[in-house]
Design a protein around this ligand. Structure first.
Ligand code: KIV
Length: 296
């Protein structure tokens, strides 16, 4: 147990805890973080799972989508997050191209996230068609989170970020995907952008926890991208996002005030400056006085 910002004790989370939470119907909280400071805050507040999502391609690195981010970039951010986290489960996204060539490549890259970044688990997008690869990663003692529904790494093939699972055929496929991931042994399944009714059905059907994002309130847990939650995205929010804060406004206000103070020579003030010890100050005065007398 660790003591958090709010003074409450938070339990150390592992993959077994998540299973217990599902059985006890105790909701699971998950947010993304990509750096030490935010990860530390989330951990101290008691968020259960911290996801180093490949969404960092957009939120932190300014790419258009998640496809460009590399294993090295994910490792860089995952290491920083790990240093800030004591109790939460740290899950790292396997980026596009790091598991698509087959199981060997997937295990090699997943093991890097475990050994070099200290991840507790990795997340891999895809259902039935990735189940074999995911099973091999789990065989290598690496816990895996599945991710089905809207899978952002497929955006070029699917042609956009669209709600999935709206037809009977798509619902059948989603259920088959969830069951295949459960059979492969995943620790949890992220359900992204699917109708509430479908997410509820999958959550009732499978024994592993579901973590929803745009999948309604009946999932075992909920995840959001932290930049969505605090308005740091420079874009309108998706339907499922609730903005709990306005960091853009707060940072804008603080930076604007700093700029105005510097321009008006109101920052820093004397109280924000370092001063010489009295003796040195007097000696310096004498030197300056001499220079003035010599006209220098
Ligand atoms: O990369 C990410 O942030 C994610 C969440 C949307 C679940 O995968």
């Amino acid at each position: 147990m660790g003591t958090a910002l709010d003074g409450a004790a938070h339990e150390k989370i592992n993959v077994a805890t998540l299973k217990e939470r599902k059985v006890r119907r105790h909701a699971i909280t998950c947010l993304t973080a990509y750096d030490y400071a935010v990860a530390r805050l989330l951990d101290e507040i008691g968020i259960d799972i911290i996801l180093v999502g490949d969404s960092l391609a957009m939120t932190m690195l300014g790419y258009e989508d998640t496809l460009s981010v590399t294993v090295e970039e994910m490792l860089h951010h995952a290491k920083a997050v790990r240093r800030g986290v004591k109790n939460a489960l740290v899950v790292v996204d396997m980026p596009y191209g790091s598991y698509h060539l087959g199981a060997e490549e997937a295990v090699r890259n997943a093991a890097r996230f475990m050994k070099e970044a200290g991840a507790d688990a990795v997340k891999i997008e895809g259902g039935e068609k990735r189940a074999e690869v995911i099973g091999r990663v789990i065989d290598a003692e690496i816990p895996v989170f599945g991710h089905i529904g809207l899978t952002p790494q497929s955006v070029r093939r699917t042609g956009g970020y669209k709600v999935q699972g709206k037809s009977m055929a798509e619902i059948d496929q989603l259920m088959a995907d969830a069951l295949a991931l459960e059979r492969a042994g995943v620790a949890a399944v992220v359900l992204e952008a699917i109708p509430r009714e479908v997410a509820a059905m999958i959550t009732a059907e499978i024994g592993v926890p579901t973590i929803g994002i745009g999948a309604g309130p009946d999932c075992d847990g909920q995840v959001l991208v932290i930049h969505d939650l605090v308005n740091l995205t420079f874009a309108p929010a998706a339907k499922f996002v609730r903005r709990y804060g306005d960091a853009a406004a707060e940072i804008g206000r603080a930076v604007g005030a700093f700029r105005a103070d510097v321009l008006a020579r109101k920052y820093p003030g004397d109280a924000e400056s370092y001063h010489l010890p009295e003796e040195t100050r007097r000696a310096l005065e004498v030197v300056l006085e001499r220079k003035r007398a010599l006209g220098r």
